[in-house]
Structures are given as structure tokens and as C-alpha cells.
Design a protein around this ligand. Structure first.
Ligand SMILES: NC(=O)c1ccc[n+]([C@@H]2O[C@H](COP(=O)([O-])OP(=O)(O)OC[C@H]3O[C@@H](n4cnc5c(N)ncnc54)[C@H](O)[C@@H]3O)[C@@H](O)[C@H]2O)c1
Ligand SMILES: O=C(O)C1=NC(C(=O)O)CCC1
Length: 255
């Protein structure tokens, strides 16, 4: 079977693990990685990640010019860089390359750009690309309809260095119609990869929906799932949440 060529933006805490997950899947070949700095320029991500073959040549953002995506063609692009990474791959979007934009927090300007890209190609944007959190998000909306009078609080926990509020938790608050200032509780300690809990409090019982990413490999697996889904889809804006919601619809009733 023809391998799917992947380009990754971002080679930080998550980008490295995501690259590793793609390298481990025989369906994919990692064509290149773009990082902000010149560190390890033209080396191979595969070698840096402990593999004994060459894949994922490392480029810096200074290497991106109009012809970059024509000279180094890929079948899909995955972004785990930062919120400004998106400005680097306008040409790729215009060329119809499917995009997984996994940045957790964009400003409105970047959201608008994503919408523009989605006129040319299939773009998936989700603040949290794990299967589990999106199952939780859909389940929470169903539970809110079943128990409309429950008190709801969201608790998000991440590693000490994470400055911004969890984009996932903000998204959960928005879909549940909750005020972020009042109902979102953030904890920053140690090396927690990502933990989100939605607590439904009722007079005689408490329901807790909990998701924990115990390894960043969960994001790599989510990205692989997303790329497989996007290939062959028409241009448009997709989210993991709506894909999972569709799966809920297809699999109900289960009894
Ligand atoms: N959607 C998800 O499921 C998910 C999961 C994990 C992380 N994230 C998001 O991915 C992003 C990266 O997370 P991280 O933990 O790896 O952070 P990090 O700071 O460890 O790594 C980010 C890397 O991207 C590089 N970078 C920043 N701006 C860039 C640009 N314009 N072009 C190219 N490279 C650029 C940085 O130099 C760094 O190497 C964050 O926005 C984070 O919220 C999303
Ligand atoms: O910064 C991270 O790492 C993560 N951020 C998320 C968020 O802001 O919701 C989710 C995944 C990991």
C-alpha cells in the first residue's frame, strides 16, 4: 500500500512524541518536520528519536518559501507548533493539502485563517485531539440534557509550565453554556500531561466524567486518527468532536 507522507510543524514536547508515533506506523512516512529554530537543521527526526533510518528531515521556519510544499510534497500536514505556525502554510492549504491544526488556543485572527483554509482543503481543528476527551465532550452534552438541573464544574490539570487556560476546558465550558470565569478550575503542578474532569453535582449523587492523557503519545494517536479521517474528505472545517458525535449516532442504540 502507498505510504501517506506527513509533514509536521513543531518539534517541542508534543511534536517529538507525535513524530515518533507516525514513525512507528508503517502506513505513514514522515517526510519532514519544521521547527522554529535552526537546531538540528537537516538532521533526521527519526535519528534524534532513536530510529536507525532516515525520515523527517528537520527544517527551520526560515526555510519556508513559496515553493517549499511543491519541492517537498506531503499528503497531510500536522501542526503542533504554536498559534503563529499557521501563517507558514497558507500555500499548502491553497494546494489542497489536508491539515490537522492541533493548536489548543488560537486568537480570532487565526480562527478566521483556518476558516479561509477550509475553502481549499479539509482542515481539522481541535484543542484536544485525543479520542477520549472528545468522547467525554459529547457524553457531557448528552448528560446535561438528561440532568439539566445538575451543578456543573470543570477541573483541568496540566504541567507547571503551561501558562494559558486549557483550550479544551474552555471548549467544554462553551459547549455546555458555562461561564468560564465561574465554572472552570485550573491546577498547574509537576508534569501532568493533561487531565480534564466534568463534575455533575445533584442532591443525591455525583457524576464525574474524567479523561486523563497519561502520555503525549495519546496526541500522536489522535493525529493519526484525524489524518486517516481527513484523507478523501472534501474541503471544509472538521473537529474531532463532530466526528465522535457522528460515531455516537451510528452506534446508538447499543442495546
Ligand atoms: N490538540 C491537542 O490535542 C494538543 C495536544 C498537545 C499540545 N497541543 C498544543 O500544541 C502546541 C505545542 O505544544 P507543546 O507542548 O509541544 O509545546 P512546546 O513549547 O514544547 O513546543 C512547541 C514547539 O513549536 C515550536 N514553534 C512555536 N511557534 C512556531 C512556529 N511559528 N513555527 C514552527 N514552530 C514553532 C517551538 O519552537 C517549540 O519547539 C501548543 O499549542 C499546545 O497547546 C495540542
Ligand atoms: O498544552 C498542552 O500540552 C495541552 N493543552 C491542552 C489544552 O490547552 O486544552 C490539551 C492537550 C495538551
Amino acid at each position: 500500500m502507498k505510504q501517506i507522507r506527513i509533514g509536521i510543524f513543531g518539534f517541542g514536547k508534543t511534536g517529538k512524541v507525535v513524530a515518533h508515533e507516525f514513525l512507528n506506523e508503517s502506513l505513514f512516512t514522515l517526510a519532514w518536520v519544521v521547527r522554529k529554530s535552526n537546531q538540528d537543521h537537516h538532521k533526521y527526526a527519526s535519528r534524534l528519536l532513536g530510529h536507525e533510518f532516515d525520515a523527517g528531515e528537520i527544517f527551520s521556519i526560515e526555510d519556508i518559501h513559496n515553493g517549499f510544499f511543491l519541492e517537498r510534497p506531503v499528503d497531510a500536514l500536522v501542526d503542533f507548533s504554536g498559534s503563529t505556525g499557521i501563517y507558514l502554510y497558507k500555500k499548502a492549504a491553497e494546494a489542497g493539502i489536508p491539515i490537522v491544526a492541533a493548536i489548543s488556543k488560537y486568537e480570532q485572527e487565526e480562527i478566521n485563517l483556518i476558516k479561509t483554509f477550509s475553502k481549499y482543503t479539509a482542515v481539522l481543528h481541535s484543542p484536544n485531539i485525543t479520542l477520549g476527551i472528545n468522547v467525554l465532550m459529547v457524553a457531557a452534552q448528552i448528560l446535561q440534557k438528561i440532568a439539566p438541573h445538575a451543578d456543573i464544574e470543570i477541573v483541568e490539570e496540566h504541567f507547571k509550565g503551561k501558562k494559558e487556560t486549557s483550550g479544551t476546558a474552555v471548549r467544554i465550558a462553551n459547549v455546555l453554556g458555562l461561564n468560564v470565569e465561574q465554572h472552570l478550575n485550573s491546577i498547574r503542578v509537576g508534569g501532568i500531561v493533561g487531565r480534564h474532569e466534568i463534575i455533575f453535582g445533584m442532591p443525591n449523587q455525583t457524576i464525574r466524567l474524567l479523561h486523563e492523557s497519561i502520555s503525549r503519545a495519546a496526541f500522536g494517536q489522535g493525529a493519526i486518527f484525524a489524518v486517516k479521517y481527513l484523507l478523501g474528505q472534501p474541503p471544509g472545517l472538521y473537529t474531532m468532536e463532530t466526528i465522535i458525535a457522528e460515531m455516537f449516532r451510528e452506534n446508538i442504540p447499543v442495546y
